[in-house]
Design a protein around this ligand. Structure first.
Ligand code: HPA
Ligand SMILES: [Zn+2]
Length: 337
């Protein structure tokens, strides 16, 4: 029997993160700092009281707190500081490339300018490119529980500077908001040259994963774990090489799986599906990308070769240039020694 990889080995494994909501990196300490700075009242007396709310029964119970707490994010500098802190932590866990999500509708609806959000995030990403050699891109997510017209409007605003975006995605409450609603919006994004991804099969049924593939034309599926219930869909994902951005700790915290030991990660991998490991909303779900690697080692016995495969898939399944992908794969070669 091979021994499992050490913490140090997993944390130093060069990796990409492809499923990360930047608003989900808002730690309680920073939330209070920004609330003070911006004169925003949080309905919690202390950092401890806020942190004690991080106990969720499902996706919606998380989203309620997530949208309420992000009200402290008001200025370009707030978004830059948020992104800087994420990058610092993730860099310590082997992060070499990130494609991060942001939820513009949740900010524009509060009177925050789209430019402030994008400039703040992009500024911090540019610093990390220079200082930490972390490559990156930004994926604009539409809120699927908001009207399609709202998604259309935010896309139109974003398409005045399409070069600032890598792609578009789809997030927020899933059940009752099938991908098909957004086929027109995604077609416009594709016509503008943007990549496309969508959350599907987190709480929603396998049919939503099929819709994301067939009607939105997505290149990756975010979560996608409910594909494990559908052998035909698994075979299709494997045959078409569609990467899934799996978020193990998130799935436990939002109770889409009862326990990490029951997670379908290895069943997906065994079916030949391209699996990646990601943190989703690390401030809320108990860990950053490296912690997710450690957690699946501990709960599922993920060994070094499997972890290496997940990391290589995260690089290969990214939208980085071929040259960047090759450079990062060589870093994984060096890690293996
Ligand atoms: O896990 C998630 N699922 C859907 N929407 C989200 N928005 C932030 N995190 C999530
Ligand atoms: Zn997500």
């Amino acid at each position: 029997m091979t021994s499992l990889p050490s913490d140090e080995a997993l944390l130093s494994l060069p990796k990409a993160e492809l499923h990360l909501h930047i608003e989900g990196t808002l730690e309680p300490e920073l939330a209070f700092e920004l609330a003070d700075r911006n004169g925003v009242a949080l309905p919690y007396a202390s950092v401890e009281e806020l942190a004690a709310r991080y106990e969720f029964s499902d996706l919606q119970s998380f989203l309620d707190l997530y949208y309420a707490t992000m009200a402290v994010l008001r200025t370009e500098d707030d978004f830059a500081e948020l992104t800087r802190r994420y990058l610092r932590t993730a860099a310590e866990q082997g992060l070499r490339h990130v494609e991060l999500f942001f939820d513009p509708q949740a900010h524009v609806s509060r009177g925050v300018a789209l430019e402030a959000v994008v400039d703040g995030i992009s500024g911090a990403l540019a610093e990390a490119e220079r200082d930490l050699d972390i490559s990156s891109g930004i994926i604009l997510c539409f809120l699927r529980d908001q009207p399609v017209e709202s998604a259309d409007a935010v896309l139109s605003a974003a398409l005045t500077r399409p070069e600032r975006l890598l792609g578009v995605g789809l997030d927020s409450a899933e059940v009752g908001y099938p991908p098909e609603l957004f086929a027109g919006v995604f077609a416009r994004a594709k016509d503008a040259g943007l990549h496309t991804v969508a959350h599907a099969g987190e709480e929603g049924p396998p049919a939503y994963i099929r819709q994301a593939l067939d009607l939105l034309g997505v290149e990756r599926v975010d979560h996608g774990i409910r594909a494990a219930e559908d052998p035909q869909l698994l075979a299709r994902l494997a045959a078409e090489g569609v990467p899934l951005t799996v978020c193990p700790l998130s799935n436990v915290r939002l109770r889409t799986v009862p326990d990490l030991a029951d997670h379908p990660l290895l069943a997906l991998d065994a079916a030949g599906v391209r699996v990646t490991i990601n943190s989703d909303d690390p401030a809320y779900f108990g860990g950053y990308v490296g912690h997710n690697y450690l957690a699946v080692r501990d709960a599922l016995g993920v060994d070094a070769a499997t972890a290496e495969r997940f990391a290589r898939t995260s690089i290969d399944g990214s939208f980085a240039s071929d040259a960047r992908k090759a450079a990062l794969q060589r870093e994984v070669d060096a890690w293996r020694g």
